[in-house]
Design a protein around this ligand. Sequence first.
Ligand code: C5P
Length: 316
Amino acid sequence: MRSVSLLAPGKINLYLEIIGDRPDGYHSLVMILQSINLADELQIYLNGTNQIRVTCHHPQVPQNQDNLAYRAAALMQKQFPDLADNYGGLDITIDKHIPVAAGLAGGSANAAGVLVGINLLWNIGLVQAELQELASMLGSDIPFCISGGTAIATGRGEQLDTIPPLDNLWLVLAKYNSIAVSTPWAYKTYRQLYHQEYVNDTASLEARATHIHSGPLVSAIQEKNGTEIGKLLHNDLEKVVLPEYPLVNELREICQNAGGKGTMMSGSGPTVFTLCESQVEAEAIKQKIRATIANPDLELWVTQLCSHGIKLKPQN
Ligand code: C5P
């Protein structure tokens, strides 16, 4: 095999709770992560040189070592130097559909796709857990992006417990094109404001994780109950991002008032999503939001929740 084409879905956070500090400088989190059908397309080729080359036509996506996809390929070369010598370099083409710097794990999904793709191209035979261990060296969301679906994530976000997939619901996603939120800034600001509420002892951390496993949101997900899920959405990072970005705060209110089962910001934002029971409902809400906000900088998407992570692109 000389090339592989993959779909790399984005994600939303149905739940994001910040629990405490970690010795590595990150935060202990409890999250529920959910893949969405909005996916980037990746083509990875063996290019016969010794270089990694990334091509992406999106103006905000770097085409050099700063791209997480590049770093994923470099990590595979470092981990498997003999295979890297044998197979040579890689051309990675990213066709962007997931909004950039949006809280939807677009860059993480691309890196996850590169790990999966190189595993196939070099015939390494790593199983999912092994790929996820490598993924966690690159970023907290990347292990989830490999397996996808619906999962409880704890630790830094890399410890995953898959729960039954939730693919019956639809989404409206809303994002101002020109607004990007820095994830490190959001977590740093949260730490400054809420540090006194952090818990760090093992017993408390375990209690919080157990609480989510047996809590009402996971039950609602198991029952595929959109109304309950919508009521239980939660994201601690809203507490720092919404006051700093009044336009996102206003967008969240407008989305919430337009209907649906529930509205929340995803990850560190600034994308806001509204859960819907059907595509028809989602399209109607999208129209309502568009009718309320004439600003051409606002981008809206309708998509469905999905039950997979990285997968081979179906041949046409
Ligand atoms: O792991 P990743 O590179 O995606 O994280 C981006 C940033 O988000 C980190 O540099 C850190 O500032 C913050 N973060 C955190 N705790 C986590 C995950 C991310 O503080 N569990």
